[in-house]
Design a protein around this ligand. Structure first.
Ligand SMILES: [Ca+2]
Length: 369
């Protein structure tokens, strides 16, 4: 009672000074749940029927995302608003997205999507390589089964220094790498995140898996379009102490999109330090018909103490002698990096002809020694 009197006196006193204090003069309001606001939903339909939902809302504590496939309701609960689902047949489906403060307090939005699997590339289309070779043992592989990346992989995130040294335009996020239907799918999207116009993903085995010598096979179907730059590559384990290019770099496969002549050609390259200067030596290989986005191909290196051979679908198109002393970089352990860059010094920037999203699909990586 004494407190109330004092509070009224305070209000009167403040009113004299022209301050409008409404709340302290009113009865205490009942505590009400605050609903989220500004629910925004982005849905990307990737090749192979994989659908990725990204939801965001102000004051949301978590999200529930429900995919309705025939009579099944597949519900995901997520704190970041991200959920993936693979639809197994063509058709029109509903997705219900809820942004919650509590389980009972939410706002929702329903979306309808059309899946057309008829024109998709089956994972069996294209070149494939065996699980064993005479004289070799399979020492590590990832077939990308299951629904998440294994603990052999980690991420490079954000924009790096100077767009990862190449003025690349994308912001790398964990969410742009999805494992589904036996594939790793790395997707470049046109969306604004932290003032960057594109997002994508870059995964690596740094500190987790690395190898010296052996045969490395990566089976992948590539994205396409001006400014799109997929890469399957390796860096020396000593990059944090020796820096680049003293650590050495092995580019198993790079491609820059934009027109058939670009999109039918892949590059295999070595980078190293030659007495204080950056040196590189590479070759390239072109398909006789079609482009690398049409179906799966296998990109390989065969690396031993004397040479590194580069192969596409078992066709050797380049070989480098690594016996000279200035190529000492290539006699140590290397880790793997897979990414899809957008823009940058080599491919140039996307233009009006570039379709987003663009995905690189990796069926497997296998290392034999
Ligand atoms: Ca696979």
């Amino acid at each position: 009672m004494l407190y109330k009197i004092n509070s009224n006196i305070l209000c009167s006193a403040l009113s004299i000074f022209g301050l409008l204090i409404i709340s302290c003069c009113k009865p205490e309001p009942q505590l009400e749940a605050v609903l989220p606001t500004n629910l925004e939903v982005t849905i990307d339909i990737l090749d192979d029927g994989i659908v990725q939902v990204e939801a965001s809302a102000t004051n949301a504590n978590f999200y529930t995302i429900t995919f309705f496939e025939n009579s099944n309701d597949i519900e995901f609960e997520s704190t970041d608003g991200i959920a993936n689902h693979s639809f197994s047949a063509s058709g029109t489906y509903s997705i219900l997205i809820k942004a919650h403060t509590t389980y009972a307090d939410y706002i929702e939005e329903s979306k309808s999507i059309s899946i057309d699997l008829d024109g998709q590339t089956p994972i069996s289309d294209g070149y494939t390589t065996p699980l064993s070779y005479p004289g070799y043992t399979l020492v590590w592989s990832d077939e990308f089964e299951g629904t998440a990346l294994s603990s052999d992989w980690t991420y490079d995130l954000g924009t790096g220094d100077w767009g990862w040294g190449n003025n690349e335009l994308q912001y790398y996020r964990q969410n742009n790498a999805v494992v589904d239907q036996g594939l790793l799918v790395i997707t470049a999207k046109e969306e604004i995140v932290n003032s960057n116009n594109y997002t994508s993903a870059r995964i690596k085995t740094q500190g987790l898996k690395s190898f010296q010598y052996g045969r490395v096979d990566v089976r992948a179907k590539l994205p396409k379009g001006k400014g799109i730059w997929p890469a399957l590559w390796m860096l020396g384990d000593n990059i944090s102490s020796a820096s680049w290019p003293n650590c050495g770099e092995i580019d198993i496969m790079e491609m820059i999109g934009g027109g058939v002549s670009n999109e039918k050609t892949i590059y295999g390259t070595l980078h190293w330090d030659d007495n204080g200067s950056h040196a590189s030596y590479g070759g390239n290989n072109s398909l006789n018909s079609g482009i690398f986005a049409d179906e799966f191909h296998v990109f390989s290196i065969i690396w031993n103490s004397s040479s590194i051979e580069f192969l596409r679908d078992d066709i050797q198109y380049h070989i480098a002698d690594i016996t000279p002393t200035q190529l000492s970089e290539f006699h140590q352990n290397f880790f793997l990096i897979f990414n899809v860059a957008v823009g940058g010094n080599w491919p140039g920037n996307p233009d009006g002809t570039t379709d987003f999203p663009q995905s690189m699909y990796v069926d497997y990586i296998r290392v034999f020694q």
